[in-house]
Design a protein around this ligand. Structure first.
Ligand SMILES: Nc1nc2c(c(=O)[nH]1)N[C@H]1C(S)=C(S)[C@@H](COP(=O)(O)O)O[C@H]1N2
Ligand SMILES: [Mo]
Length: 563
């Protein structure tokens, strides 16, 4: 057996580096192929998405709460780190035998292909990025090993060694033999001497060429980086920006404009959430690792299932309908008491109930299973959508074309229901069905099938832990009970008597409501609590409940130090 079969002469770090480089080449080439074929996902995204869908709900909840809006960045970073470690391991394996390393990369590719083709939005070409990427990675690994590891049949001593120059390495750039050839007791750098290396029967000489490895690594990293950038550019990111711009020009005026906001809707208190949440500050919660890029020119909404006349609307069809404006506050069921996953916007869209009426909902149907471009689903009660509230297929948010992250080109907005049972972004399909026949994404993951928003309130100023000057302090916040409306907010200090806060104006029952109260606080530490009462007369419960399965409850309380 030759030395080549039993192991390479590369030091461990070099083999690990070659492995990581090969892994990077695999991912970069896969990104490029994903961009070229407009396959829906590169391997990182496909595998990440598969992980998201298979992650236990508690872990997802924890991730959302711990990492907030950056939960996806954290996941992608984690995947990249794990991939790098595995790739380094494959490099070490390749040190035993290059074939082991390339086989590992191919196995990786198989995992990527499985993840990609099992995505709900997978297309016929989705096997390609992982396949081509894995092949490129395997090839890169073998190449790097070949470059870095000079295998020299010791030449006949009397002939000048011409072969070292042939592969492009100048003679003065001497490879450094870090290890002795197998079975040799000669000093590692014996071949640098004027004398030819001592030849032993059957013994070949292996040396490690650090410089050739590093130049190979540099080329590999360049290929990986260029592939990733080109793939991303080709993959439609730019298209969405352009498409949003052209939709902005085509956006019709509302047939039913919202009344101007009452002058007193915003109390303009520093630190208090503004009545209208700017789009760039609006919370974002979804399972999508990359924002789906949906082309409005090819977008359609299919309405089918228990209907008399299945409908398929184009984006132009939707814009031709009378568009309605509505101020609606969205809330995420994952929001902790006092948490940030609530925001208010003015939405523009077609009435969902009208569209459904045209399709003709059959008797017995009680659920709308809406499906997004990326396969996520939401189950909305039919009676809620049909009861006259402004349930919309929204195309604009705060006077702007729907931002890509908030569902461009079309999303649902249903006042009064938590987002996961109503607010489908990138919506492409609505199946009219029954709760006992279909199950939406979050239901088997431990969340209630039906989830009206609970009456809640939050203190925005002061902040928990603030130090405030003695004397009169303004306490202010927001309260919400969508589609019922907030009728009263009360504030309590240190468990004392509840006092009524002043309420801001609201355009209707579907938005949150600002409140404030001035309080003379004694020096020392204080606990401030808030509770809201909705228009049905229900006062929010003090009973503490976690977000799962149908929304957190309890009073929001903060601690402040006065003086
Ligand atoms: N396609 C899709 N739509 C979705 C989700 C999702 O994961 N995928 N999440 C829902 C949830 S849980 C919430 S709270 C709202 C949040 O909407 P926003 O990100 O625009 O604030 O979107 C809903 N729509
Ligand atoms: Mo949510």
């Amino acid at each position: 057996m030759s030395a080549n079969a039993t192991g390479s002469r590369l030091p461990a770090w070099a083999a690990g580096l070659a492995g990581v480089t090969a892994g990077a080449v695999a991912l970069g080439v896969a990104e490029l192929v994903a961009g070229l074929t407009t396959a829906s996902a590169s391997p990182v995204i496909a595998v990440g998405g598969a992980m998201v869908d298979r992650t236990p709900a508690v872990v997802k909840e924890w991730a959302i709460r711990t990492f907030g809006e950056s939960d996806k960045a954290v996941l992608v970073t984690g995947i990249v780190i794990v991939v790098a470690l595995i790739a380094a391991g494959l490099g070490l394996l390749a040190r035993r035998r290059v074939g082991y390393g390339t086989a590992g990369l191919v196995a990786f590719g198989v995992v990527g292909v499985i993840a990609a083709v099992s995505r709900p939005d997978s297309g016929p070409l989705d096997f390609l990025p992982s396949t081509v990427g894995a092949a490129a990675g395997a090839w890169a690994l073998a190449l790097l090993f070949r470059r870095a590891e000079r295998h020299e049949e010791p030449s006949v001593a009397t002939e000048p060694d011409t072969r070292t120059g042939r592969d492009g390495a100048p003679h003065h750039d001497r490879p450094v033999a870090l290890r002795e050839p197998a079975g040799s007791r000669e000093p590692a750098d014996s071949r640098k001497r004027a004398e030819p290396p001592v030849r032993r029967a059957g013994a070949a000489l292996y040396t490690f060429d650090r410089r050739k490895l590093l130049t190979g690594v540099a080329v590999g990293v360049g290929v990986a980086g260029a592939g990733t950038v080109a793939g991303r550019l080709l993959g439609g990111r730019e298209d969405v920006t352009a498409a949003r711009r052209s939709v902005a020009l085509a956006l019709p005026r509302p047939a039913v404009a919202a009344k101007p906001l009452p002058a007193g809707a915003d109390l303009h208190i520093s630190g208090l959430s503004p009545f209208v949440t700017p789009n760039h500050e609006f919370y974002r919660v979804d399972t999508a690792l990359v924002v789906p890029g949906v082309d409005p020119r090819s977008w359609t909404l299919k309405i089918h299932g228990m209907v008399d006349r299945p409908v398929e609307l184009t984006f132009a069809d939707l814009l031709r309908r009378p568009l309605v404006e509505a101020d609606v506050t969205l809330t995420c069921v994952s929001n902790d008491v006092g948490g940030p996953y609530v925001g208010n916007a003015r939405w523009l869209g077609a009435r969902l109930a009208d569209v459904l009426r045209e399709a003709g909902i059959r008797r017995g149907a009680d659920m709308l299973l809406s499906v997004s471009q990326d396969g996520w689903t939401s189950g909305t009660p039919v009676d809620v959508v049909m009861d006259g509230r402004e349930a919309l297929l929204a195309v604009a948010m705060n006077g702007e074309v729907l931002p890509a992250a908030h569902g461009f080109p079309v999303r649902q907005v249903v006042p009064g229901l938590y987002g996961y049972v109503s607010a489908t972004k990138w919506v492409t399909e609505i199946k009219v069905t029954r709760f006992d026949q279909d199950t939406a994404y979050w239901t088997p993951r431990g969340w209630a099938a039906r989830a009206p928003i609970k009456t809640e309130s939050r203190i925005d100023v002061p902040r928990d832990g603030d130090r405030v000057p003695a004397g009169r302090t303004t306490i202010a916040g927001v309260a919400w009970a969508q589609h019922r409306g907030v009728d009263a907010v009360e504030v309590q200090v240190d468990g004392g008597a509840w006092r009524r806060a002043t309420l801001a104006d609201v355009p209707g029952p579907d938005t949150w409501r600002q409140w404030s109260i001035d309080w003379d606080l004694e020096p020392g530490g204080h606990t401030i609590s808030v509770r809201a009462t909705d228009a049905t007369g229900y006062t929010q419960t003090p009973k503490v409940a976690p977000p799962a399965p149908d929304g957190a409850t309890g009073y929001h309380s903060i601690r402040v130090r006065v003086g």
